[in-house]
Design a protein. Structure first.
Ligand code: 13P
Length: 249
């Protein structure tokens, strides 16, 4: 089956509201004719400005994290219900930086995904192995386990609407990209794991992106592989012209 390509920028902790507005103004004409889906995952502080500025464009807006509870005494957190209330469509869940620095676990990832769906948000769920795990030959085990635990208890329909981003940690922000064949093989393993639990028909619908030092020079090579359905782009999503080249690979 033909899956769409989804290119998402993850700005991480970058871009002030005025910079976000300028970026969107510059990006809009550069990506208006693409048939690929374009998403910008921006810091909480930029969400409202970004949403206002993508009206009447084909650019969609996502957050980079959320809490799994709807409300309550969780100082500093933002809930899925809050994101939805201002019109956010996507949310990154379980990015490796959150797993590494902010105590995100497979369990919280699963709770957040369920809460995202309960609030009509589409999750972009990140999985990926460390260099050490790869060198020990544990790569497939790690990413399939992360995938299985992330989607545990979802309905088949929810799984179909989950975007998975395979981001090998050693490739993030390092300039080292997985080879396209290597990334494609890992993504096939993730798809097989989904099929084991939800059947092939569901697994074939799931968008699985590659992330880790994606740039305009390697986007085409990666995104034209059989199982790579686009990318989650960090550093190269901070310049509109460069990000547009990736979208229009
Ligand atoms: P880079 O593209 O900067 O390597 O970051 C990838 C990433 O973590 C996207 O979520």
């Amino acid at each position: 089956m033909e899956r769409r390509k989804v290119i998402a920028g993850n700005w991480k902790m970058n871009m002030l509201p005025n910079e976000a507005i300028d970026f969107i103004t510059e990006l809009t004409p550069l990506v208006k004719d693409t048939k690929n889906e374009v998403i910008l995952c921006v810091p909480f502080i930029d969400l409202f400005y970004a949403l206002l500025n993508v009206q009447d464009t084909n650019i969609k807006i996502g957050a980079q994290n959320m809490h799994f509870e709807e409300k309550g005494a969780y100082t500093g957190e933002v809930s899925g219900k809050m994101l939805k209330s201002i019109g956010v469509e996507y949310v990154i869940i379980g990015h490796s930086e959150r797993r590494a620095y902010f105590a995100e676990t497979d369990e919280t990832v699963n709770k957040k995904i369920k809460s995202a769906f309960a609030n009509d948000l589409k999750p972009i769920v990140c999985v990926g192995e460390t260099l050490e795990q790869r060198e020990k030959g544990e790569q497939v085990e790690v990413i399939t386990k992360q995938t299985k635990l992330a989607i545990e208890g979802l309905t088949p329909e929810q799984v179909k609407n989950t975007i998975v981003a395979y981001e090998p940690i050693w490739a993030i922000g390092t300039g080292k990209t997985a080879t396209s064949d290597d990334a494609n093989t890992s993504i096939q393993k993730i798809r097989e794991e989904i099929a084991k639990n939800y059947g092939k028909e569901v697994a074939e619908c799931v968008i699985i992106q590659y992330g880790g030092s994606v740039k305009s020079e390697n986007a085409k090579e990666l995104f034209t592989k059989s199982d790579i359905d686009g990318g989650l782009v960090g550093g190269a999503s901070l310049k509109a012209e460069e990000f547009a080249k990736i979208v229009n690979y």
